[in-house]
Write a protein that binds this ligand. Sequence first.
Ligand code: ATP
Length: 543
Amino acid sequence: MSSEPASAPAPAGEDGAGTISKKQAKKEAKKAEKAARQQESAAAAGGAAQTDSGESDPLAGSYGDIPVEEIQSKAVSGREWTEVGDLETGLADRTVLIRGAAQAIRPVSKKMAFLVVRQSMSTVQCVVVVSKDLVSPQFVKFATSLSKESIVDVEGVVSVPKDPIKGTTQQVEVQVRKLYCVNRAIPNLPINIEDAARSETEFEKAELTGEQLVRVGQDTRLNYRALDLRTPANQATFRIQCQVEHIFREFLLSKEFVGIHTPKLISGSSEGGAAVFKLDYKGQPACLAQSPQLYKQMAICGGFGRVFEVGSVFRAEDSYTHRHLCEFVGLDVEMEIKEHYFEVCDIVDSLFVAMFDHLHKNCKKELDAINRQYPFEPLKYLQKTLRLTYDEGIQMLKEAGTEIEPMGDLNTEAEKKLGRLVRQKYDTDFYILYRYPLALRPFYTMPCHDNPAYTNSFDVFIRGEEIISGAQRIHTPELLTKRAEACGIDVKTISTYIDSFRYGAPPHGGFGVGLERVVMLFCALNNIRKTSLFPRDPQRLVP
Ligand code: ATP
């Protein structure tokens, strides 16, 4: 935070290099002044230096466009920058220097204009008002000539208005003394950020008053993602995604898991099935990994005990749905178990409860930002996660009038309905369904000891939609081969995997989570494309 005139050098020692001598400090100060002067003269050269009557404006150096050469890593001025999000009332009367995007430019008169500057999720109102020896009418004109989303440097004095400021996150203003445009945005942007940030409630209100509002469709958003990502809800979504990943790693590291990286270029498919992207690997047929499944198990055979991976997963999905992408981020776990796959469920339970607790406690600002555009009910979850058997789930659906084929798969609608029933009965949106029929699980899943028609497997649901699949895996090569053959897999294509179990392999289990799904369902967003930075789906490969 700046407490000095913005063009002053950084105080001695602030760069972490220890205390510097007075002589050095003086030298630094001179350098900083020189750099600031250079910026001013550069601006005067590129900016509105002339008055309307043709006279030169003595304040021309205080505003203007900065030529690119000036920010071509030419000098390190040592000037102190303040983050927009740090502009608080405690900085009143201080001079600050900020950089951000000109989100809104509102001319009031020839003598006054407002500029809203945005940096990440924070916005501040900057006031450009004519004032003797500080701001000329040409200065105001320059401010109003800026195009929205242009990048600007603003130097000014922090003031605290009497009334709360609507529409900006920061409750102070900056009385502008200097204004430089670092990079102009084109005047007609394909998406207006204000439009992209509107909530359904705003559309409903506008309908009542007859106001015409622009609705930005999902495809347009994705086509111009670099603009779309600037909305508060999008800024918040990807910050939450980052926290989900962070807690995943942090929690598992605290439980002695080892982070690994498995290959994404593989021969043969990882799970069987057709949903792979095929490619040519120097003349050999290969494909992109549809999960790290076989390799994370081989890492367990390799003696790591407990492993996790965060990495891209590729699925050549054919159908265009709200929850399937062709590339997503897999959060994968595999671990030795002593006797029961519930040891794996226990990890799922404590990991996700820790994650949800963390998000509710530490991401309030982000959750509020998403809520303002896409209102949602906070996730309900129990401190000890509910576990129901697949058969219990089917029974609940039957009692509610939904018939499921015996031992059959739950379609999306049935899963969602079960989610609602579980919420009514157990007051939770997060639960584990376990003991799935054998026919519904991949070949490497361990059958149940008491009934081989069922497996030691589980799925985990948020708001009635799957976010995790997990199971105990088969650790004996004979059974593994038998099950692979029964599932129609050519065992020759996975011989190195099966061989890994011939050299002594511990009993183990694990699970796979889709990162984008977790964020989508935690925030009750309706489309997985909203939680993928640059989504890849059957119809989209750009940007
Ligand atoms: P679904 O039944 O929803 O198609 P799946 O059973 O194929 O999922 P798994 O192969 O078990 O999923 O993958 C584990 C997790 O990876 C899923 O629970 C989900 O969170 C995520 N996932 C799977 N496929 C996709 C996809 N195409 N796009 C995004 N996430 C996915």
